[in-house]
Design a protein around this ligand. Structure first.
Ligand SMILES: C[S@@+](CC[C@H](N)C(=O)[O-])C[C@H]1O[C@@H](n2cnc3c(N)ncnc32)[C@H](O)[C@@H]1O
Length: 214
C-alpha cells in the first residue's frame, strides 16, 4: 500500500515524499475529525483550538521555518497529542489530503499582497478552492478572514466558480480563539472581513438527477 511515511521530529510532520498523500492516522497516531490551519504563523490559534477540543486533530501548515519552530515549541511545551505542524506551501499541501479527509479549513489573514501588480501572488484562486473542496468532507467548512476588502471580493468571485462550495451567511464570528494577526488588527481598529464556505453534502445536480430518474 502506498503511504507517505513520515519521521516524527517533535510536533513537526516530516514528509518523505512531497507527492504522496498524507497518512493522517499515522501522523496523529489516531483517527479523529481534522481541522487544518493554512498559514498557521506562530501556531497560537492552532494550539488554542487543540487545547479546547482534545477529541479533534489539528494540523497547521506553514512555510516559514522560524514560525514552524515556534509553533512546534508551543505544542511541545503543552505536550499536545492532537496538534501537528507541516512545513509546506499551502496550495501544494491541499493536493496531499485524501479526498474528504478534512472537516474544517481555516485560512486566516493570508498574505494580502495589496498592490495590484502583486495580486497574482495571492493564494486564493478557483483552482485553490477546488483543491480544498476535494479535500473537504461533505458539509465541511472553509473559513476565511482578511483585513483586505478587495481580496475578500476576489475570493467571493473565485468561490462563485466552484460548484462544490456555497457561501453561507454568518452574522457573528464562529465561537473560539482569535489569531495573532486578528488581535493585532483589532487593536489597531482595522476592519476584519469574513467569508465562510461550505461543501455541499450532496453534490449539486445529483438531487435533480435522482428526481428525474424516479
Ligand atoms: C499574515 S500571516 C497570518 C498568520 C496567522 N494565520 C494569523 O492570523 O495570525 C500569514 C502566514 O501565512 C504564511 N504563508 C503565506 N503564504 C504561504 C504559503 N503559500 N504557504 C505556506 N505558508 C504561507 C506566512 O508565512 C505567514 O506565517
Amino acid at each position: 500500500m502506498r503511504t507517505n511515511l513520515r519521521i516524527f521530529s517533535g510536533a513537526e510532520l516530516v514528509l518523505e515524499s512531497v507527492v504522496t498523500p498524507l497518512d493522517l492516522a499515522r501522523g496523529f497516531a489516531r483517527s479523529a475529525p481534522l481541522e487544518v490551519d493554512l498559514g498557521c504563523g506562530d501556531g497560537a490559534f492552532l494550539v488554542a483550538l487543540a487545547e479546547g477540543s482534545p477529541d479533534r486533530n489539528f494540523l497547521g501548515v506553514e512555510q516559514m521555518p522560524g514560525r514552524v519552530r515556534g509553533a512546534c515549541r508551543k505544542i511541545g511545551d503543552r505536550a499536545l497529542p492532537n496538534a501537528r505542524i507541516l512545513r509546506l506551501e499551502i496550495s501544494h499541501s491541499l493536493s496531499l489530503f485524501p479526498r474528504g479527509s478534512v472537516d474544517v479549513f481555516h485560512l486566516l489573514f493570508p498574505d494580502p499582497w495589496p498592490k495590484r501588480r502583486h495580486h497574482v501572488r495571492r493564494v486564493v484562486t478557483p483552482e485553490f478552492l477546488r483543491a480544498a473542496a476535494r479535500a473537504l468532507a461533505g458539509g465541511g467548512i472553509f473559513q476565511i478572514k482578511t483585513d483586505q476588502e478587495d481580496y475578500l471580493g476576489a475570493m467571493k468571485q473565485a468561490a462563485g466558480g466552484v460548484r462544490e462550495l456555497e457561501a453561507i451567511v454568518e452574522d457573528e464570528d464562529r465561537p473560539g480563539p482569535t489569531t495573532t494577526f486578528e488581535e493585532r488588527f483589532r487593536a489597531a481598529g482595522l476592519p476584519i472581513f469574513r467569508l465562510t464556505l461550505r461543501k455541499f453534502s450532496v453534490p449539486r445536480g445529483s438531487m435533480a438527477a435522482t428526481a428525474r430518474s424516479i
